[in-house]
Design a protein around this ligand. Sequence first.
Ligand SMILES: NC(=O)c1ccc[n+]([C@@H]2O[C@H](COP(=O)([O-])OP(=O)(O)OC[C@H]3O[C@@H](n4cnc5c(N)ncnc54)[C@H](OP(=O)(O)O)[C@@H]3O)[C@@H](O)[C@H]2O)c1
Length: 332
Amino acid sequence: MQAAVFNETHQPLTIETRENRSPASGEVVVEIRAAGLNRRDYWITQGLYPDIRCPVVLGSDGAGVVSQLGENVDPDWLGREVVLTPSLGWGPNPEAQGPDFNILGMPRDGTFATEITISAMQLHAKPSHLTFEQAAALPLAGLTAYRALFTQGGAAEGQRILITGAGGGVATFAILFAKVIGAETLVTSSSSLKIDRAKQLGARVGYNYKDADWTEQLQSDGGPVDLVIDGAGGAGLNQLLDILKPGGHLVSYGSTTGPVPKLDIFKIFWKQLHIIGCTMGSPDDFNKMLGLVNDHQITPVIDQTFDLADVNDALATLAGGEHFGNVVLLNL
Ligand SMILES: NC(=O)c1ccc[n+]([C@@H]2O[C@H](COP(=O)([O-])OP(=O)(O)OC[C@H]3O[C@@H](n4cnc5c(N)ncnc54)[C@H](OP(=O)(O)O)[C@@H]3O)[C@@H](O)[C@H]2O)c1
């Protein structure tokens, strides 16, 4: 099989020919037809991720066809079109992952390859309305958006919900999911083009987070919000505390812009705010996310596709930050 291998930080991934591992009991081989990228893949190449190990095949997201079965696997899986859950070893507690939790694509070999050998427990039927490319965008970002909005954020019909960084892979799913439950969705972005795209997906209004007065614009346009879904962190987080209603919720799933300097703790206790963390999601979250996608025929937003051989260009696209939605490797 061909695989994009991470051997060293700050170096391009190399395309290598490898022997694929035969499936052990309970495992299957999946021919990967499309693999989605996530910012995690880029952070790893830059050495900006905990417990970096190499060499390893990167890639948390994949969709493909089951081509071989190990022993003790339901024979019905053979030939099925599937998506893979990237959350491994979540553990028994729905509130948080346990000590064995890890993410497909480091330390275990991931989906940037023509084949993967993986536990049958990670298989889910590919939503039939999606192409492989669309399905490959779904797992990690869709799961995170689902858990952030619903499991952690308690999003509900009629709420005013702000989703930051509208162009991000997770953010575009959050916009799509918030729309189908009938929430009023607001977004921030660095780009008016991305705000327009977000409106096409269902956002009512958007603000450029580079405008010094964007929070005042939001306040004068309907007042504070019930829920913020944020993956940016950094200095902007204190502004997000300003635009929450008293008793409001902020779910943090990332820190693209780094740590929060001078966290304004006064606002948190005085306004009785709920600040909630979110990392990916449990098997139950994944099932519910797929249910929502199937029930509402939700289609992920693909920014660009690349061949596996051009994986480094795909990573550079993600790093450049011009993308809207997900970047996917195709024709593996
Ligand atoms: N906890 C988890 O399980 C989990 C899962 C997935 C991702 N993450 C993390 O969440 C973050 C987003 O992931 P992703 O895959 O969606 O990344 P992505 O597709 O690369 O998107 C990053 C987005 O960050 C936005 N951004 C940059 N600076 C911002 C600022 N000052 N304020 C608001 N938004 C800003 C940009 O939005 P615009 O382009 O619209 O300006 C950009 O689209 C990353 O840090 C990632 O590591 C965590």
